[in-house]
Ligand binder design. Structure first.
Ligand code: NAP
Ligand code: F7E
Length: 324
């Protein structure tokens, strides 16, 4: 019989790729969607437009314990992938309260609802983040690197991580956290720096825009492709024992490196098109992140397949097509 999976955040970047992966593996895939008429394909459903006939969507939100409980009661999932969150670090400085409320309480509500069905042996995935390492205490970062978050977003993910760990230890739940480093794709939200650059490059190339405004170009990130990372989420839930895993590429590049590569992909020099905007510099920055994913390689046999150069080219090429 097909396994049943529930994805919170199915309309997001990772949710859409994970849904595709699980469908290809024969799962019955359910997703939770907030604040949208489910038949409105033009709005938040754009990333899952091509699989709308293959998934079952349920109206609900992280703010509502009742909605989460009732969906789990109805569909009785084998696996729950908790991806929904206020995921934009920049915004978390503008609105700490909603970031903390959604990300912490939402995770708590979902874990608590899953616990009600603990005897049904639901497996649970929590979307942790390299932002938990924040102002890093060591480099590269691995599973036991101390957390030192620099934003309410990072704090919310540390709390979600400990909630997940506590439910694993206290209630014997098969619950794992992925400590995922930045991962991008042509489905990345436009507010994140990689998509802002790839979209800007495409528009500049087509003569629709002249400049891109950026903040801290010296920040370094370990950037992978979301397609590779959803595979790691699935692998974590297929293990006999629930554990936490760092997922990244082991290579770091600056925002400037990304911009340079994206512009050179279309034969332009980034220096001619970038404006530094001090308003985009964050009150507390995460300067550099770099993953040591050796545990995932050893236990999950997971490795990233898509390189940084391929990622940049993929994003710019897709944004160029979208301008046509
Ligand atoms: P994303 O594209 O921003 O998607 C976030 C999803 O959460 C969307 O489906 C959004 O729904 C949903 N959501 C937000 N608030 C909600 C609420 N109150 N109730 C119900 N749903 C809500 O994020 P992503 O890049 O796919 O990331 C997935 C998860 O991984 C997030 O938890 C993120 O924090 C975490 N993460 C991401 C990265 C990365 O580099 N991408 C790295 C580490 C961890 P709407 O469509 O309605 O907005
Ligand atoms: O910023 C710098 C910015 O917003 C990357 C989320 O998926 O990954 C993501 O968080 C860097 C930062 O991603 C601009 O200051 C410069 O140093 O693309 P970002 P993020 O903050 O790393 C982690 C792992 C998550 O968990 C999050 O959910 O780029 N930067 N200029 C800029 N950033 C933005 N957004 N816009 C700029 O103009």
């Amino acid at each position: 019989m097909s396994k049943v999976a529930l994805i919170t955040g199915i309309t997001g970047q990772d949710g859409s790729y994970l849904a595709e992966l699980l469908i290809s593996k024969g799962y019955k895939v359910h997703g939770i969607v907030r604040r949208v008429a489910l038949e409105d394909e033009t709005h938040r459903l754009w990333r899952i437009r091509n699989i709308l006939n293959d998934v079952t969507l349920h109206a609900g939100s992280l703010e509502s314990y009742a909605s989460l409980f009732n969906i789990i009661l109805k569909i009785k999932p084998n696996e729950v992938y908790h991806l929904a969150a206020q995921s934009y670090v920049g915004y978390s400085f503008e609105d700490e309260f909603s970031t903390l409320n959604i990300n912490i309480n939402g995770t708590h509500y979902l874990l608590s609802a899953v616990k009600e069905f603990v005897s049904s042996k639901i497996r649970f995935y929590f979307a942790g983040s390299s932002e938990m390492f924040g102002k890093v205490k060591e480099s590269p970062q691995k599973e036991n690197t101390p957390f030192n978050p620099r934003s309410s977003y990072g704090i919310s993910k540390v709390t979600g991580f400990y909630l997940t760990k506590n439910y694993r230890e206290a209630y014997n739940l098969h619950a794992s956290s992925g400590l995922l480093f930045n991962h991008e794709s042509p489905r990345r939200g436009f507010e994140f720096v990689t998509r802002k650059i790839s979209n800007g490059v495409a528009r500049i190339k087509k003569g629709l825009q002249k400049k891109i405004k950026l903040g801290n170009m010296k920040a370094k990130r370990d950037w992978g492709h979301a397609k590779d990372y959803v595979e790691a989420m699935w692998l974590m839930l297929q293990q006999d024992n629930p554990e936490d895993y760092v997922i990244g590429t082991g290579k770091e590049y600056s925002v400037e490196d990304f911009a340079k590569k994206a512009f050179s992909h279309v034969g332009l020099n980034y220096k001619d098109h970038i404006i530094l905007d001090k308003n985009l510099i964050r009150p507390a920055e995460v300067d550099a992140l770099l993953a040591d994913y050796s545990k995932a390689k050893k236990n999950l046999n997971w490795e990233p397949k898509i390189t940084f150069d391929e990622l940049v080219a993929n994003m710019v090429d897709e944004d160029l097509k979208a301008q046509n």
